[in-house]
Write a protein that binds this ligand. Sequence first.
Ligand SMILES: Cc1cc(C(=O)N2CCN(C)CC2)sc1-c1cc(O)c2nc[nH]c(=O)c2c1
Ligand SMILES: [Mg+2]
Length: 214
Amino acid sequence: TGLSRPQRILKAVQKNATKGNPESVIAAIDHYCRHSEWAMNVGDEKGLILDSVVTEVNPSTALELGTYCGYSTVRIARLLSPGTKLITLEFNPDYAAIARQIIAYAGLQDKVILVEGPSGDLIPKMKQQHGIKSFDFVFLDHWKDRYVPDTKLLEECGLLRKGSVLLADNVICPGTPEYLKYVRNDPRYESRYFKSNLEYTKVEDGLEKSVFLG
Ligand SMILES: Cc1cc(C(=O)N2CCN(C)CC2)sc1-c1cc(O)c2nc[nH]c(=O)c2c1
Ligand SMILES: [Mg+2]
C-alpha cells in the first residue's frame, strides 16, 4: 500500500535538504509537514523553545524518549558540544529505521545513540550499557501514559542529579494531566510551562520544563 508517512518524510528530506546540513533537514521536514501532511514532530514553534532550553543547559549527557523520525533528535544533537552524546529511545522499529537515515543525512550519527525498545526496559540499563552516571537533560516526547512512570524510573535508577532538566512535549495536546500534577506538586521539582501551539497547527500545546532539585 505504498510508502508510510515516515518514509514520505525521509523522501522529502532526501529531495529538499543538503547532506550534512542539520538546519536544512529541519527546514525540509517542517515545510513538508506544514504544507503536505501533518506529522507528530515537535515542530518549528515548540522547536525554538526546545533549542533555547538545550542551549541554556548545554548538557554533557542527554536523553530523548521517543525518536519518531528523528526531527527533535536532529534539533538537539546539532546544539550539543563536541564529545557529547544524545541517547534516544524508540519503541517502534519502523520509526527507528527512518530516524537513523534522517539523523545520518544530517551528519549527526556520531553524536546520537538510537536504541530500539520500550523505555521502561531500557532506562534501567543506561548506566551499565552506556556508562551514564546521570542525565543533565531529558526530553519526554514518547507516550503520555509513560511520562510519570519513566520519570519515577529515572529517579529510582539514580539517573537524575541536582539540576537535571526534564522538558516534556504535549502537556496540553494530547495532554499529560497526571505528569503535570506530578512535577508541579512534588517539592523536588521546580516546574515552568512554556505556552505554544501543537506542531503545524493553531491548537494550544506547550512544553513543561522541570528542574530536579535532588
Ligand atoms: C497523534 C497526534 C494527533 C494530534 C492532534 O491533536 N491532531 C489534531 C490536529 N491535526 C491537524 C493533527 C492531529 S496531537 C498528536 C501527537 C502529537 C505529538 O507531538 C506527539 N508526540 C509524541 N507522541 C505522541 O503520541 C504524539 C501525538
Ligand atoms: Mg510530541
